[in-house]
Ligand binder design. Structure first.
Ligand SMILES: Cc1cc2nc3c(=O)[nH]c(=O)nc-3n(C[C@H](O)[C@H](O)[C@H](O)COP(=O)(O)OP(=O)(O)OC[C@H]3O[C@@H](n4cnc5c(N)ncnc54)[C@H](O)[C@@H]3O)c2cc1C
Length: 305
C-alpha cells in the first residue's frame, strides 16, 4: 500500500490544532507496546476538527484508522499505511445529571467509574478496572465480572464517516453483543455516550470497585504489557483453561509469552515484536484446535502490515 505521509502536510496546512505527527511509532499508543509507525497520527481537538479531518481523508482517499486508548489493539511491525485518528483528550469531558453520566468518547472508563463513585451512582463498578476509553468500551461492548456496557448505555453521539453527519442514536442501534457492536459496520466514529446508573451507597460502590480491582491484580498479569484477554470466550469453554490444559502456560516466542499467571493473556515480557505475539497466538489457536476442536477467535483487534 502507498505511504500517506503527505497527508501530514495537508493536515498541518489546515491548522488542525489537536496534534499531527508523522511516522509515529504505534508502540507508544498501544498497551502491548509493540507496533510499527503510522504514516500519520492525528488527535483532533474536538468534534468539528474530527469532522474536518475525516472530510480531508475522504477527499484524499486515505484510510483512517480510529483508535481510543489502544488497549485492545495489536499493530503489526511494519506499521499502518494511512492515518490513525486518535479519539483522546479532545473528547474527555464528563457531565453528570441525576442518575445519568454523559461523557466524551476519549474519557477513560476508569474516570467515568470514579465520577460514578463520587456521585454515589451504582452500575458502573465493573468498568473501573478496564483500561480503555469510553469510545473503545462502546465499540467493544466492554465488560467484566457482572457487567457490560450494554447494561448501562442509553444513547450515543456518532459521526457517520460516509455522510459526515453527527447525530444521536439510541444504545439499541449499536447492536451491542459479546465484545462486539455495529459501530464499524455502520461506519460510525463514536463521539460521546450517556449511561444510566442507579442511586447507590458510596461505601458499597467503593468496596465493590476495590474488590474487583484486587481480584484483577491477583489473577491477571498486570505488570506486563498486554491487551487484556487475547481471545474471546468460546461458547461453553474458557479460553484460558483450554490454553492452560494444552500445557501452553509460559509458552513463548521471542519476547511474547502465554502468561504463567493467566493463560488467557499473551504478554510482552520486554522486547516482543508483534510478529512474536502473533506467533504465540497462532500456536495457541492451532494447539487448542488440535486438542479440543475449538477455534479461538482473537478479542484483540489486529491492524497494520
Ligand atoms: C490489562 C487489561 C485488562 C483488560 N480488561 C478488560 C476487561 O475486563 N473487559 C474488557 O471488555 N476489556 C478489557 N480489556 C481490553 C480493552 O481495555 C477493552 O477492549 C477496551 O474497551 C478498549 O478500549 P480502547 O479505548 O483501548 O480501544 P482501542 O484498543 O483503541 O480500540 C479498540 C477498537 O475500538 C475502536 N474504537 C475505539 N474508540 C473508538 C471510537 N471513539 N469510535 C469508533 N471506534 C472506536 C477501534 O477502531 C478498535 O477497533 C483489557 C485490556 C488490558 C490491557
Amino acid at each position: 500500500m502507498s505511504n500517506f505521509s503527505y497527508i501530514f502536510d495537508i493536515l498541518k496546512s489546515e491548522n488542525i490544532s489537536g496534534g499531527v505527527l508523522k511516522d509515529e511509532p504505534m508502540s507508544l499508543h498501544t498497551s502491548f507496546k509493540t507496533g510499527g509507525p503510522a504514516d500519520v497520527f492525528v488527535s483532533p481537538a474536538d468534534e468539528n476538527e474530527l469532522k474536518k479531518v475525516i472530510e480531508i481523508l475522504k477527499k484524499e482517499n486515505a484510510p483512517a484508522f480510529v483508535i481510543g486508548n489502544g488497549t485492545n489493539l495489536l499493530v503489526k511491525d511494519n506499521g499502518i499505511r494511512g492515518v490513525v485518528v486518535h479519539i483522546g483528550k479532545g473528547f474527555s469531558y464528563i457531565n453528570t445529571k441525576n442518575e445519568e453520566i454523559t461523557a466524551g468518547a476519549g474519557c477513560l472508563m476508569s474516570e467515568i467509574a470514579q465520577n460514578a463513585l463520587d456521585n454515589s451512582l451504582t452500575g458502573f463498578e465493573f468498568a473501573s478496572g478496564i483500561p480503555g476509553s469510553f469510545g473503545g468500551g462502546m465499540f467493544m461492548n466492554a465488560g467484566a465480572y457482572d457487567g457490560e456496557m450494554k447494561n448501562v448505555l442509553k444513547a450515543a453521539k456518532v459521526l457517520d464517516r460516509n455522510t459526515l453527519e453527527i447525530f444521536e442514536i439510541s444504545a439499541e442501534e449499536l447492536d451491542l453483543g459479546y465484545r462486539k457492536s455495529s459501530v464499524e459496520a455502520k461506519g460510525y466514529i463514536v463521539l460521546e455516550g450517556t449511561i444510566k446508573l442507579g442511586k447507590g451507597d458510596y461505601d458499597k460502590i467503593k468496596d465493590k470497585m476495590n474488590d474487583l480491582n484486587s481480584q484483577r491484580r491477583e489473577k491477571q498479569p498486570l505488570t506486563f504489557p498486554s491487551a487484556g484477554s487475547t481471545f474471546k470466550r468460546p461458547e461453553g469453554y474458557f479460553a484460558g483453561k483450554l490454553i492452560s490444559d494444552s500445557g501452553l502456560k509460559g509458552f513463548s516466542v521471542g519476547g511474547a509469552q502465554v502468561s504463567e499467571k493467566h493463560a488467557g493473556f499473551v504478554i510482552n515480557k520486554g522486547n516482543a515484536t508483534t510478529a512474536d505475539i502473533l506467533s504465540v497466538i497462532k500456536h495457541c489457536q492451532e494447539t487448542v484446535f488440535d486438542n479440543y476442536g475449538v477455534m479461538l477467535e482473537t478479542e484483540v483487534r489486529i491492524l497494520g502490515e
